[in-house]
Design a protein around this ligand. Structure first.
Ligand code: HEC
Length: 142
């Protein structure tokens, strides 16, 4: 086979192969469903929520330059919101951007939190943790 033909052939094959590899990298990126709110009453930031956010979010969402301009290491920060505005609608967890992000509701996995492939290797929240966050917001985000 002539070298030019070979080069043409390999580049024709390389494109679909590259696309397949790029697609397979995010095969786990299937949107999630919203877990139900926990039935626990009297859920508060200080009592129930701060430990979850400290564990899974504060690494990026605290300090002088919080990612997305959103601080989650204090109740005030969480209620204030981020660069796109409020992330919590007190009384309506399903409409809250924070819940939509942790439950992977967007078709675009870039909106999921924590980010899928983060260097700190922080994994997704469990359905129980999301349920507790929902109960907190539904009960007024106190
Ligand atoms: C490894 C870093 C990292 C972790 C951990 C992380 N985030 Fe984020 N988060 C980001 C980045 C970066 C952005 C900004 C994305 C952008 O600019 O589009 C962001 C943006 C957001 C936004 C949107 C803010 C806005 O106004 O646009 C929400 C809501 C959010 N994060 C919630 C969370 C929650 C809740 C957790 C924990 C369960 C979490 N994040 C954990 C890096 C992180």
């Amino acid at each position: 086979m002539k070298i030019k033909t070979w080069i043409r052939l390999t580049s024709v094959l390389a494109i679909p192969l590259g696309l397949a590899l790029a697609a397979s990298a995010d095969d786990d990126a299937v949107p999630g469903t919203l877990p139900p709110a926990a039935t626990k009453q009297g859920v508060t930031y200080a009592g129930d929520i701060k430990p979850i956010l400290d564990n899974s979010c504060a690494k990026c969402h605290s300090g002088d330059k919080p990612r997305g301009h959103l601080k989650l290491d204090s109740l005030e920060g969480a209620l204030k919101g981020g660069k796109d505005g409020k992330v919590i609608v007190a009384g309506d967890s399903a409409k809250s951007m924070l819940i939509q992000a942790v439950a992977h509701l967007s078709k675009d996995s870039d909106d999921w939190m924590p980010p899928l492939h983060n260097r700190a290797n922080i994994g997704p929240l469990t359905p129980d943790q999301i349920g507790l966050l929902r109960a907190w917001i539904d009960q007024g985000a106190k």
